[in-house]
Design a protein around this ligand. Structure first.
Ligand code: NAD
Length: 352
């Protein structure tokens, strides 16, 4: 197969872990006889430094012309002052491509349980996917700032809720058949609409699914006390943002969790859930697995290459099973490997 992939390394550890993911895609292409054209472009702080714009026109057009987009991470203290913010480039890209559903699988590896602060017996059987709404809600609402007050408006439309819940419903059909909708319907009007629409979509269009509604404060607690009971979680933008960072601790590190952002068509944006980690950037400490697993999601969801995606996932499974670790998931006494050592091992296994 021939495919064009836009590669946006971004800032901080973005180029370190993104570079590993691209190397693995090269290994997949070599082993399975595909031709992937990888077009590198600027985004975030790197783009601000070069052009003043966190999402320059050339990056926009390259992404629009690609079959799939891969992003490392954006942001960092260098761009925290006044002026354009790197993160606004990513928000604009999601909006430009109509990517409204962010899919975040959480499946802790049994042999890496020691990396999690949660007791191993609670982690047993945890296998969930969080579907986070990505282009609406408070992050995109009207904002205002006075000297002593500030406002962020949260808005959701029926259509915005329907399409993401439908995505989650389809996903749950192919899994254990349970869907948990997370909201704050006891306080927020947007959440009351969210609950009403979700109930209608699931009961009318997916009657075989088991549907439960949980308030976001309770969901935060259940994610730690009984995470194995979740199958597919669907929630709005900000709640999903916060809950998935919490859920990353089930796996043990942000460096293990991939994500896909999808719209109506096959084109998607793939990125690790973590940020640019300025505290470890340039030190070869970053775990590239979240990034490489995002590459596997790209192959499966945008290019339909299931066997190739499995080859990557199985390689990471065996590396973790054999006890190889980066610094973020190494236990006391374990000698961690560097970012590129882990990436090279995965590439070697993928090549067979
Ligand atoms: P972060 O995710 O960058 O880091 C949080 C913690 O996790 C840090 O201690 C970091 O060292 C660790 N970590 C993250 N990824 C890791 C990896 N692959 N391997 C090992 N350890 C890892 O979050 P932050 O520090 O709150 O944010 C830093 C910057 O990233 C900010 O500018 C923020 O706006 C931005 N950010 C960007 C994205 C994105 O690009 N999608 C997402 C979140 C945050």
């Amino acid at each position: 197969m021939k495919a064009t992939i836009a590669y946006l390394p971004g800032d901080g550890i973005g180029p370190e872990v993104g570079g590993m993911a691209m190397a693995i895609l090269d290994a997949v292409a070599a082993r399975f006889g595909h031709e992937f054209h990888i077009n590198e472009c600027l985004v975030g702080g790197a783009a601000i430094d070069a052009t003043g714009d966190p999402l320059p026109p050339q990056t926009r057009s390259t992404c629009e012309a690609a079959d799939a987009i891969f992003l490392g991470a954006v942001g960092g203290p260098k761009w925290d002052g006044d002026g354009p913010r790197p993160e606004s480039g990513l928000l604009a890209l999601r909006k430009l491509l109509g990517l409204y559903a962010n899919i975040r699988p959480v499946r802790p590896h049994p042999r890496a349980a020691a990396a999690s602060p949660i007791k191993p017996e609670i982690l047993k059987g945890v296998d969930m996917v969080v579907v986070r709404e990505l282009t609406g809600g408070i992050y995109f609402g009207k904002k205002s700032r006075e000297t002593d007050s500030a406002t962020d408006v949260c808005t959701y439309t029926r259509t915005e809720i329907e399409r993401v819940v439908r995505r989650a419903g389809k996903l749950a059909q192919g899994r254990r058949g349970k869907i948990t909708s997370v909201d704050k319907a006891n306080v927020l009007e947007t959440s009351r609409l969210w609950r009403e629409v979700t109930t209608r979509v699931i009961t009318e269009e997916f009657p075989a699914l088991e549907l439960e509604h949980i308030l976001v404060d309770a969901a935060a607690m259940y994610l730690l006390s009984r995470p194995a009971e979740f199958d597919v979680i669907v929630t709005e933008n900000m709640f999903g943002d916060i809950l998935t960072d919490e859920a990353s601790m089930l796996a043990g590190s942000m460096g293990l969790l991939p994500s896909a952002s999808l719209g109506d068509g096959p084109r998607g944006l793939y990125e690790p859930i973590h940020g640019s980690a300025p505290d470890i950037a340039g030190k070869s400490l970053a775990n590239p697995m979240a990034s490489i697993l995002s590459g596997a999601m790209l192959l499966r969801l945008s290019l339909g290459l299931n066997t190739e995606a499995e080859a990557i996932e199985n390689s990471i499974d065996s590396i973790l099973s054999e006890g190889y670790r980066t610094d973020d998931i190494a236990s006391n006494g374990e000698r961690p490997l560097t970012t590129s050592q882990v990436g090279d091992m995965i590439a070697g296994l993928v090549m067979g």
